[in-house]
Design a protein around this ligand. Structure first.
Ligand SMILES: [Zn+2]
Length: 145
């Protein structure tokens, strides 16, 4: 045994996304990204994660906050995803500039369902009318040009 033993400094971090309970203790395999300290960027993050700043005043502008990897599309959102993957280094993970957390599986049940009216109408028309009228009608209904 030499002194090549790598000591990973892994301080306690937790994900500040509402509904998410990941912490570096509970899910040590997950990445935790620091929330930017810039006031404007931090506001954008809070908005993206539906975190009400007024209800969470304990976050001062200088405190270290983290958001876990569950809320990012790592391959797209990380600046050095493959480098990180290949080297497996803890310190290397970095988000692209301007990237916001965008995946909130844990909050899904609260979000409204997407509008599908146009699609449903088109389907009904496809069944009931000929190809020619269908095309005219759907486009009028959808407002497409
Ligand atoms: Zn999280």
């Amino acid at each position: 045994m030499g002194d090549s033993k790598v000591v990973r400094k892994n301080p306690y971090k937790y994900c500040i996304v509402p509904c998410c309970t990941n912490t570096t203790f509970k899910t040590p395999g997950k990445l935790f990204f620091s929330v930017p300290k810039d006031e404007l960027a931090r506001k954008r993050w809070c908005k993206a994660m539906k975190r009400d700043e007024r209800k969470n005043k304990k976050f001062s502008s200088t405190s270290s906050l983290h958001c876990c990897e569950d809320h990012f599309s790592l391959e797209n959102d990380m600046e050095n995803y493959w480098q990180y993957r290949l080297s497996n280094s803890y310190k290397m993970h970095k988000l692209k500039a301007g990237v916001l957390p965008s995946i909130f599986e844990c909050q899904k049940k609260h979000s409204p369902r997407p509008k599908r009216i146009c699609l449903q109408k088109r389907k009904r028309l496809e069944v009931n009318s000929s190809q020619k009228t269908h095309c005219n009608l759907t486009h009028t209904l959808c407002g497409q040009k």
